[in-house]
Design a protein around this ligand. Sequence first.
Ligand code: A3P
Length: 296
Amino acid sequence: MALTTELGRQPQLREVAGIPLQASTVDNWSQIQNFEAKPDDLLICTYPKSGTTWIQEIVDMIEQNGDMEKCQRAIIQHRHPFIEWARPPHPSGVEKARAMPSPRTLRTHLPTQLLPPSFWKNNCKFLYVARNAKDCMVSYYHFQRMNQMLPDPGTWEEYFETFISGKVCWGSWYDHVKGWWEMKDRYQILFLFYEDIKKDPKHEIQKVMQFMGKNLDETILDKIVQETSFEKMKENPMTNRSTVPKSILDQSISPFMRKGTVGDWKSHFTVAQNERFDKIYRKKMEGTSINFCMEL
Ligand code: A3P
């Protein structure tokens, strides 16, 4: 699947077991599949645009006991190696993870069936964040507009079709969320929702803290809530991707920290698209106990 745009953008997606991934990831696939997880690894797992950066900053703040200066030690992309990331000649995500001292916090967008098997074998802890599909689609659309490493999304109407058919990088939202949801009672998975973190950040951050086996006092918790707000993270060069060259992320097209709200889909979906989406959603998510309120 190759896309060429007027801008000359030619990023390639290639499939592994029917899941479209970046070509560089597929080229590095055997290294990724043979990755050796360790029992004390914590893996942050998300479908793209579900609040990965947000939960990463929350986890790091917890790990650093609320010390903001320590969280400023590196840009967020470098703090938690991205397992499937590969862009030779730079060290791959796997190589960065190997070089990292334990206990390690890593991240991935891989669906359960493509996860390196050692994560399951070692019974690692997984922190999954899900975001409602409609807002995810809107966020991913704007991200693909500005991310020169992903295919050009085309018009909103075209992207709507691409997204619902799961032809985006990392595959179908439905399968991803369902896959991780189904694993949640068999492994150590804390399953969170973007919308819950937005509604009651302190409560959700407390859950993360307990899951990580930490016990921080109220003042530190309040500080973490403040420092990980959308407004703060948008201004923070260590989280807002402002250090990434424009040739990769063109923030003049759309900022990485775009809106950070729940329900932005309402300003994008037509009534007809919404009706069609709801119908497909009900069918795809049939039989799961996951309860997303699509009217958010
Ligand atoms: P929008 O495009 O809807 O604004 P990811 O990190 O997985 O790529 O997700 C990016 C999305 O999470 C973007 O959504 C971004 O604005 C939002 N986001 C990042 N930090 C956030 C925060 N502190 N609070 C709320 N949303 C945040």
